[in-house]
Design a protein around this ligand. Structure first.
Ligand code: ATP
Ligand code: MG
Length: 207
């Protein structure tokens, strides 16, 4: 199976619904070790994305990802706006001119996107950031060969990796200012990364 443009659009709409529903929870997580804005950041970012989607629905997937990236970059402040914005800007390059993505093409898009987050934020595995979900997810996707198996495995990896952020001490972002007091809390941005994989899994396997 390939990922159709309709499924890409359904994924982005599912992200909007998820961030609407999880805004309070994400804010709670970012209250414990941050500045309590992550829920609002993601909700606002993806509601702006949803407003833009009808204007690019006829364009190719590369243009859709680029528009999502630019919308997140311009509408979301803080650390996460530029990072999730970069994710989609970089995902766009391998998707230029495509009306659908093969599994290999999709994995390449996400890998490029996550490489972009790492290049921009300089976080390493274990720094208690969204990269602690994104990096293992890309590694898992690369081991698989189809959307259905790949996203099921990637979602399981995302959930385990997310729980794995709880005992970590933050080394990047505002949470790092807390030093050892950041230990014992789940990272907010890593939670958003897992929710985005969950939304895609839902679209591919049940959508
Ligand atoms: N350098 C980084 N690389 C990757 N992810 C990061 C980095 N810095 C912060 N993050 C992620 O961003 C999330 C916080 O996003 P938020 O929307 O709250 O922006 P923020 O309040 O400006 O961020 P922060 O307080 O972490 O600087 C964190 O939970 C973490 O996952
Ligand atoms: Mg914050």
């Amino acid at each position: 199976m390939e990922l159709s443009k309709a499924q890409v659009l359904a994924w982005l709409t599912a992200c909007q619904n998820t961030f609407e529903a999880q805004q309070g929870f994400l804010t709670e997580l970012d209250t414990a070790i941050g500045d309590a804005d992550h829920g609002l950041n993601m909700q606002r970012g993806f509601s702006k994305v949803a407003e833009k989607l009808p204007t690019v629905a006829e364009k190719d997937i590369g243009m859709i990802f680029k528009t999502v990236g630019m919308t997140l970059l311009s509408s979301v402040g803080g650390a996460s706006g530029p990072l999730f914005g970069t994710l989609f800007m970089k995902m766009a390059t391998p998707a230029v001119g495509k009306e659908q993505l093969s599994y290999g093409e999709f994995v390449l898009c996400l890998k490029e996107g996550v490489n972009g987050i790492v290049a921009r934020g300089k976080a390493e595995l274990g720094d208690k950031t969204m990269c602690d979900v994104w990096l293992p997810v890309v590694a898992e996707l690369e081991k698989q060969e189809s959307f259905q198996a790949g996203l099921s495995a990637a979602l399981a990896t995302a959930q385990t990796s997310l729980e794995g952020t709880i005992p970590l001490q933050a080394k990047k972002g505002r949470a790092s200012y807390l030093g050892e007091r950041s230990i014992g809390h789940q990272d907010a941005g890593a939670t958003s990364a897992m929710l985005m994989i969950q939304a895609l899994h839902q679209v591919v396997n049940h959508g």
